[in-house]
Design a protein around this ligand. Structure first.
Ligand code: S3P
Length: 454
């Protein structure tokens, strides 16, 4: 997809308050996992609400290439006929994971303990991202990985025949690394143990249980006082097919949510948003900034807490976000930075080191997004400082999106309030996580159009 011509978009100030209901797509993290677990289970798994963004379609294609049957009914339900743990077959061609770090890293975990040869690649963004964080621990299963310089894709993998279970302390807070180790443990005898210094999203643990695996989780107090976790998986379980209902993605809800807060007088409802407490750091920050967000109709769907967000636009003030909150909102910093740029006072976002290895260097890309649109921003070590004036920034900038969907959507939201329109140099990657974003936002009152028509 990196070879496609760029599709620049211009976002101009909304002429009227945003108003209406916006249905957001299914959770990306849960969608990847549902397809992977379905492929590893015995029987047919049915998935409703699956995200049909590019990233997840890459996972679907990879699981097909590994022998699972993955189909979509006309009503949008997906069916996965699984092969059982250890039952995947050698792929006939290179597995192309597109833009998706989650797909690539989780799949490395599965492939490490299947005695198969495979080759994995991705687009230019993914080929630039560090894979050593999974290669190093997974090599201890007995698998062999051959990567480019710096542990980058393309990657050749020879999975272990008699895999060893891992006991690993994840050095960085990363749900992808934790999940890769746990997935490898599915086809290794005995206990696989992962210790994480800070709790990260627990969709893998939850879904493993949902498919019948035995998983225990213990909270471990770390010297920094942060809540770490120790996760143990009993190896070689028989995973049984289980239906999955995918909740709306809170990381996608973040964009219409912030847009509605910033455009004065807006009233927007976002139904069925996932509210897993390890994902909701952004909502907490926005509430601390004075945002008016009501969560209605709280319920549990498919084992995950969900609720309907009702958002009312209004002024925001600065916030100081502690580093320990980062894992619960790791993908939300670019859009939070946009909110902070429009708020009164100086915001400090602390401990953003991991943002440097996302789909782009998001720390640099977010700072540049704001700077070209007239906002004063500094990066101090791993912190970002944003000087909000309480008035919308001047705008008028062309934002370099660096193949990063969340930078593109953040730029578009900023343009809804700036004096001059904001251009995103390539909005094509929005489809990786939020297909239909532009149409849905325009339907509630945004003014986003192809740059060529300007
Ligand atoms: C994800 C984990 C996070 C997040 C990504 C999805 C997952 O990545 O940024 O969008 O589904 O496990 P890290 O594990 O690199 O923090």
């Amino acid at each position: 997809m990196d070879e496609a011509a760029p599709t620049p978009l211009i976002s101009a100030k909304a002429a009227a308050p945003l108003n209406g209901t916006i249905a957001i797509p299914g959770d990306k993290s849960i969608s990847h996992r549902a397809l992977m677990f379905g492929a590893l289970a015995i029987g047919e798994t049915r998935i409703t609400g699956l995200l049909t963004g590019e990233d997840v379609l890459r996972t679907a294609a990879a699981m097909r290439a590994l022998g699972a049957e993955v189909t979509r009914d006309p009503d949008g339900t997906w069916r996965v006929a699984g092969r059982g743990i250890g039952g995947l077959t050698e792929p006939a061609d290179v597995l192309d994971m597109g833009n998706s770090g989650t797909a690539a890293r989780l799949l490395c975990g599965i492939l490490a303990t299947h005695p198969l040869f495979s080759v994995m690649t991705g687009d230019a963004s993914l080929r630039g991202r560090p894979m050593r964080r999974v290669i190093d621990p997974l090599s201890a299963t007995g698998a062999h990985f051959f990567a480019r310089e710096g542990g980058r894709l393309p990657l050749a993998i020879q999975g272990a025949r008699d895999a060893l279970p891992l006991d690993y302390r994840v050095p960085v807070p990363s749900a992808q690394v934790k999940s890769a180790v746990l997935l490898a443990g599915l086809n290794a005898p005995g206990i696989t143990r992962v210790e994480e210094p800070e709790a990260t999203r627990d969709h893998t643990e939850n879904m493993l249980r949902h498919f019948g695996a035995t998983v225990s989780v213990e909270i471990s107090e770390t010297p920094t006082g942060r809540n770490g976790r120790i996760v143990e998986l009993q190896g070689q379980p028989e995973l049984r097919a289980a239906d999955v209902v995918v909740p709306g993605d809170p990381s996608s809800a973040a964009f219409p949510l912030v847009a509605a807060l910033l455009v004065p007088g807006s009233k927007v409802t976002i139904p069925a948003v996932g509210l897993n407490p390890l994902r909701t750091g952004l909502f907490l920050c926005l509430e601390e900034m004075g945002a008016n967000i009501a969560i209605l109709n709280r319920r549990t769907e498919g084992g995950e807490p969900v609720g309907d967000l009702q958002v009312t636009g209004g002024p925001l003030h600065a916030v100081d976000v502690p580093p320990e909150r980062a894992p619960s909102m790791i993908d939300e910093y670019p859009i939070l930075a946009v909110a902070a740029a429009c708020a009164t006072g100086t915001t400090r976002l602390r401990g953003l080191k991991e943002l440097r290895v996302k789909e782009s260097d998001r720390l640099a890309a977010t700072a540049a997004l704001l700077t070209v649109n007239g906002v004063r921003v500094e990066i101090e070590g791993d912190d970002m400082i944003i000087h909000g004036t309480g008035a919308p920034p001047s705008g008028g900038g062309v934002v370099e999106t660096h193949m990063d969907h969340r930078i593109a959507m953040s730029a578009i939201v900023l343009g809804m309030v700036t004096a001059a329109p904001v251009t995103a140099d390539d909005a094509g990657f929005i489809d990786t996580s939020f297909p239909g974003f532009v149409e849905l936002m325009n339907a509630i009152g945004a003014s986003i159009r192809p740059a060529a028509q300007s």
